[in-house]
Design a protein around this ligand. Structure first.
Ligand code: DGY
Length: 345
């Protein structure tokens, strides 16, 4: 009987979908990441044809070791995430293993959080909460320019995106609501591909959003953005892309918001950029080394840096939708159907 291996309980909604599929399930009984041995051991079972796994669990990293341990009957690794930097997709595909993921269903949640981080960083909300909590408010009472930040409706604003997929566009739609109504912002973005019909693509974007949208090179993105939002994939070409030389090109008044993956931004270089005034502030939902970020992490001691524990998709509706899509991808693979959302390189 074909089985689906589930490395973490997916919540009742998705578990019901799995149970009603009629397929056998092997579910990690703990509400915690399993051991690597638990995962590898079960994958060796020739009845296991699909695995539902988490991007956040080291036990679930899909590398050559895991693929070697799996029986040749494995058809699908289905990740509970849109990102797949924890999966060696080429190696999986080379063994006939499809990779499922969860695009689309988390766009709104991540876009909401992006907007929140932009506003919180511009308005210095992180350090202000800290000020109040630490009893510092009496020393900094209301005064004309005390605790002031920057306005998102400032004229001549340039918003830059590193990566301009669905989530960036959903974030842009939201951000435009807050921006200056007469002096509209300029939108620039960089993405890994420059297409032959780039001008037409940019003209279509401009029409869709009612503002000027243009693809630029990375250098121009760094130099011109007042708000720089990182929303690209993590892959060898984007690792450490936002580094010392990138920060050196940025405006001193600029803010950086990273809602993609930590390693796209070099943490040491960001620390230097924030503490030397090369940039004005940062809002991070992700950080290299997460979740092992302890209280002594240097970036947690920089007052113009706000760090969240990877909350992008963390609302109940979104996580249930992700879980269900993860489950349905696995079921489809075992039945020999097309995945609902397959990573295609
Ligand atoms: C994803 O789906 O890749 C997100 O990072 C999870 O929140």
């Amino acid at each position: 009987m074909p089985k689906i291996l589930v490395t973490r309980h997916l919540g009742q909604q998705a578990m019901t979908v799995l149970e009603q599929s009629g397929l056998d399930l092997i579910v990690n009984p703990e509400d915690a990441a399993p051991s690597r041995d638990w995962v590898l051991g079960h994958l060796a079972n020739p009845e296991v044809q699909a695995i539902c796994l988490m991007h956040s669990q080291p036990s679930d990293k899909v590398d050559e070791q895991l693929l070697d341990a799996a029986s040749p009957n494995l058809r699908c690794v289905s990740t509970f995430s849109v990102g797949y930097d924890h999966i060696n997709v080429k190696a999986a595909n080379a063994r006939g293993v499809k990779v499922g993921h969860t695009p689309g269903v988390l766009d709104d949640a991540v876009a909401d959080l992006t907007v929140m981080l932009v506003l919180m960083t511009l308005r210095r909300v992180g350090e202000s909460i800290q000020l109040v909590r630490s009893g510092g408010w009496p020393q900094l009472p209301w005064a004309p320019f005390v605790n002031c930040g920057q306005s998102i409706s400032h004229p001549s604003l340039t918003i830059g995106f590193l990566g301009f997929g669905r989530i960036s566009q959903a974030a842009l739609e939201r951000l435009l609501v807050f921006t200056n109504k007469t002096d509209r912002p300029q939108i620039i973005y960089n993405s890994s591909r420059r297409r032959d019909n780039q001008d037409t693509i940019d003209a279509d974007f401009s029409k869709r959003y009612g503002v000027d949208v243009k693809r630029v090179e990375k250098e121009e993105l760094a130099a011109k953005s007042d708000i720089l939002i990182v929303l690209c994939d993590l892959n060898p070409s984007t690792k450490d892309l936002v580094n010392k030389s990138f920060f050196e090109q940025m405006k001193e008044s600029a803010i950086l918001v990273n809602v993609a993956r930590g390693p796209i931004v070099n943490s040491e270089d960001l620390h230097e950029a924030l503490t030397t005034g090369q940039i004005w502030g940062a809002g991070l939902d992700v950080l290299t080394g997460e979740p092992n970020i302890t209280a002594d992490h240097p970036l947690l001691h920089v007052k113009n840096c706000l760090v969240l524990p990877h909350l992008g998709s963390a609302d109940y509706d979104t996580r249930n939708k992700m879980a269900e899509l993860c489950a349905r991808n696995a079921i489809a693979a075992v039945r020999g159907d097309e995945l609902l959302a397959e990573v295609k390189l």
